[in-house]
Ligand binder design. Structure first.
Ligand SMILES: Cc1cc2nc3c(=O)[nH]c(=O)nc-3n(C[C@H](O)[C@H](O)[C@H](O)COP(=O)(O)OP(=O)(O)OC[C@H]3O[C@@H](n4cnc5c(N)ncnc54)[C@H](O)[C@@H]3O)c2cc1C
Length: 185
């Protein structure tokens, strides 16, 4: 207490300090609904919330294992065969271009270097055929078999490709891509 402060003033001063301190601590747990979350201090939020969340997550979630080359391959073939199954019977010039570009890009950035390099060779020997849905799915089946053979796997019977990779199960064929009405483009 300062020497010239009377006891009432000192009491009020003390009450104000306690109230300020209480407000600043409680606001960490009960932020004002009007206060945008971006304005709240990140360090305040993280200090209080993150330790609790991360310890809970470590109990509930298994540690993420890195994807294997095989899992990546299966996921990629699923995407590619599904693209082929959904591909229009009469694709536009743009759609034909897109498929060729997609394969070329895959052969450059597929996240397994040996697979990408091998796929580049496969594409060179088997240029993309994307004139129609049937053509693309047969071509893809063939190149998948080239990869299968190189890995010592069984060859897939390509006459069964539409049974294995049918069109997507979408209500009212809402997932179908539009093509052209003629073979012109
Ligand atoms: C572009 C590309 C290049 C790859 N290159 C390599 C490589 O160089 N080295 C390597 O180790 N791995 C490579 N892989 C991965 C490899 O092809 C397999 O995906 C992986 O070994 C898992 O094989 P899997 O037996 O589970 O079936 P996958 O070959 O992944 O096939 C998945 C499913 O597709 C069906 N299927 C199989 N063959 C055909 C076909 N011809 N047509 C239609 N459907 C078919 C079957 O039902 C099969 O279960 C590559 C993958 C891709 C996408």
């Amino acid at each position: 207490m300062a020497g010239n402060e009377n006891p009432v003033q000192a009491f009020l001063h003390c009450c104000t300090s306690v109230a300020r301190s209480l407000h600043s601590h409680l606001s960490l747990f009960f932020p004002s609904p009007n206060e945008p979350s971006s304005k709240r201090s990140l360090s305040q939020d993280t200090k209080l919330v993150l330790p609790a969340v991360s310890s809970l997550e470590s109990i509930q979630k298994p540690v993420a294992a890195p994807l294997t080359k095989e899992e990546l391959g299966r996921a990629t073939w699923t995407l590619l065969h599904t693209i082929a199954a959904q591909y229009p019977d009469n694709p536009t010039r743009q759609q034909k271009h897109d498929v060729k570009e997609l394969m070329a890009i895959l052969s450059r950035i597929y996240p397994c270097k040996e697979c990408a390099d091998h796929f580049k060779e496969v594409l060179k020997a088997n240029p993309v055929q994307a004139g129609s849905q049937a053509e693309l799915s047969q071509w893809l089946c063939h190149v998948h078999n080239v990869v299968n053979r190189s890995l010592g796997k069984l060859v897939f019977p390509c006459q069964r490709v539409n049974a294995r990779w049918g069109k997507l199960d979408c209500k009212d064929r809402a997932c179908d891509l539009e093509g052209t009405s003629s073979f012109g483009s």
